[in-house]
Design a protein around this ligand. Structure first.
Ligand SMILES: [Cu+2]
Length: 126
């Protein structure tokens, strides 16, 4: 019991010790500042014959999520990535790493997909 109390007491201290985590949570809805590209979580993603790989990404509410997406196949429907809930619609040129960044503002599933919403996946936000 005592250890649990100590652990809970340490959580805000840990958060305060990390500059990225301490960056005003109230502004979480805004795009992450360009000056802090390393803030939050970064996931490398490919577009292959199987679609978006991985097709399931885990993220944390209030924590910036950066997807670095490279389309590896020429013949695919997924020449764009659309994250409707966050107003993202970004072209995916062949062979070029494209960065898409947003901060999930609520827990649950956020769908991402091609422009026709055929090939896609989910960001599971906790
Ligand atoms: Cu499509």
């Amino acid at each position: 019991m005592r250890a649990l109390v100590a652990l809970l007491a340490a959580v805000p201290l840990l958060a305060a010790a990390m500059p990225a985590a301490a960056a005003e949570p109230a502004k979480a809805a805004k795009p992450a500042p360009a000056a802090k590209p390393a803030a939050g979580r970064t996931v490398e993603m490919k577009v292959t014959d199987d679609g978006f790989v991985p097709e399931k990404v885990e993220a944390k509410k209030g924590e910036p999520l950066t997807l670095v997406i490279t389309r590896l196949v020429e013949k695919t429907c997924a020449t764009d990535i659309v994250v409707k809930d966050y107003g993202i619609n970004t072209p995916l040129p062949l062979g070029k790493a494209v960065t898409v960044r947003f901060t999930p503002t609520k827990s649950g599933q956020v769908r991402f997909a091609c422009a026709m919403d055929m090939i896609g996946g989910v960001v599971v936000v906790q």
